[in-house]
Design a binder for this molecule. Sequence first.
Ligand code: TYD
Length: 205
Amino acid sequence: MFLVLEGADGVGKTTQIQLLEKYLLNSTESEVLCLREPGGTDLGLEIRKLLLDPNSGDLSAKTEAFLFMAARSHLVENVIQPSLNIGKHIICDRFLWSSVVYQGIVGGLGVEEILDQGQLATGGVLPDLTILLDLPLEESKQRISERGENDRFEQKGEGYLLQVREGFLKLAKKYPKQIIVVSASGSEEEVHARIIQALKDHALA
Ligand code: TYD
């Protein structure tokens, strides 16, 4: 099983991935591998540093898209596909839908264009389900400010965050079988319970 958690910055993906990992470890025999994009391989981590570093300056959406896709292609070839082949479960913090939203919609490169580029990068290895954690803007801003230091994306401000949220919701509407919206408001336990329910609804838990 290949699951992805998506959402705007500050929605709490990291905490929910930890809770989901624990749940799956208790409920299945298979190993569970948690990954993060960009990252998950040494090369991916290097690309991540370049992309998130405020000192990288203004990168065009196209440059960003190629860098994210390079990290993704390397992760799929070296980690995701081999792990799925031996029956491991994978939970990934962000995947192709992030590129579709950040570079395709907000960056203006186009949804279809990024999906085509993604097809090349992933070779068609796509998640069984994507959970989109959705949070009102005020709450995600609050969570980001509590974290202190912001990366290059988090420094782009409120209008950007709003476009990201709306972009994800638009995609979820267009691709309802692939992306399930889960409210990220409330306590960690409440959000976790909603995620498990969504997986059960899709016969994945
Ligand atoms: P991440 O570390 O997941 O951010 P956070 O934990 O704050 O949610 O991702 C880093 C940033 O990279 C995030 O702002 C979204 C952006 N991003 C893209 O623009 N395109 C992509 O394809 C991916 C995977 C991430």
